[in-house]
Design a protein around this ligand. Structure first.
Ligand code: ADP
Ligand code: ADP
Length: 224
């Protein structure tokens, strides 16, 4: 499995060139997209999640055309946006159960098994009946991963997930990402060099909408 991004460009209506001929080959495993604020990371992530259109270029996941075949993309994609909002008055258990049924898992027992395994995997079992509005930032992010994993996505897009998390929560979140990164493609956008060097098998550096380097973290980041 490989994700191939070719010559992707996006200019917003205000004239900002957020993506300039971005080309990336992303294999299975954890991929880090490293860049400062304003580099174009979220623009690329939203385009991958088919939430906004590019002006030109293509994105292929093996034979799936991400920009054209949105129906199929929604089936294979898990997305955790940068600003992840939750419904404050519903519990994580009920919300995951609801999303699973929306995603077509109609068998009650199957849904129960799935929801329980996601709550365990993301360490939310103990708070499964508490409403999401009472969760800490780290708990919300872990819930975000749980909901993104419903449907066994092949591609998981995570946009700046650890902003605002305390160090212990960051470590916890990173461990979770490494676990799920084994047989999927996980794209992690971040401005934190350590996140990429600690977690990712491959990476790219993006700056002012342009890919300035791509390769192994050990080759691109000093002292790894
Ligand atoms: P488009 O130009 O593709 O139609 P929109 O103007 O609809 O995009 O904005 C999409 C999202 O980006 C919205 O959530 C909006 O709040 C956010 N946004 C708008 N302008 C900026 C900006 N300058 N920097 C970052 N985000 C922005
Ligand atoms: P990053 O995620 O790396 O911080 P973004 O993709 O959010 O980068 O932003 C890239 C550039 O595009 C920035 O200059 C930002 O202000 C601008 N931008 C992002 N979204 C919008 C939007 N919806 N409308 C206009 N400009 C935007």
């Amino acid at each position: 499995m490989e994700l191939q991004i070719k010559d992707l460009s996006k200019t917003y209506s205000n004239g900002v060139h957020a993506l300039k001929n971005v080309s990336l080959n992303i294999p299975q495993g954890m991929f880090g997209l490293l860049g400062p604020n304003g580099a174009g990371k979220s623009s690329l992530m939203r385009t991958l999640a088919t939430l906004q259109q590019a002006d030109s270029g293509s994105i292929m996941l093996d034979d799936i055309d991400i920009l054209k075949d949105k129906g199929r993309v929604r089936e294979i994609l898990g997305y955790l946006p940068q600003e992840f909002g939750v419904y404050p008055k519903i519990s994580s258990y009920n919300m995951l159960n609801h999303i699973a049924s929306l995603k077509g898992i109609s068998n009650k027992d199957e849904r129960k098994d799935l929801v329980e395994s996601l709550l365990n995997k993301t360490n939310l079992w103990d708070v499964r009946n508490k409403s999401l509005g009472t969760y800490s930032g780290g708990m919300k992010q872990r819930f975000g991963i749980a909901q993104a994993l419903i449907g066994e996505p092949k591609l998981i897009v995570v946009d700046e997930p650890t902003a605002g998390l305390d160090p212990a929560e960051r470590v916890r979140f990173h461990n979770l990402l490494s676990e799920i990164g084994e047989n999927t493609i996980v794209i992690l956008s971040t401005h934190i060099v350590d996140d990429v060097s600690n977690l990712c098998n491959n990476m790219a550096i993006i700056c002012l909408g342009e890919v300035v380097a791509q390769g192994k973290p050990s080759a691109l980041i000093e002292n790894v």
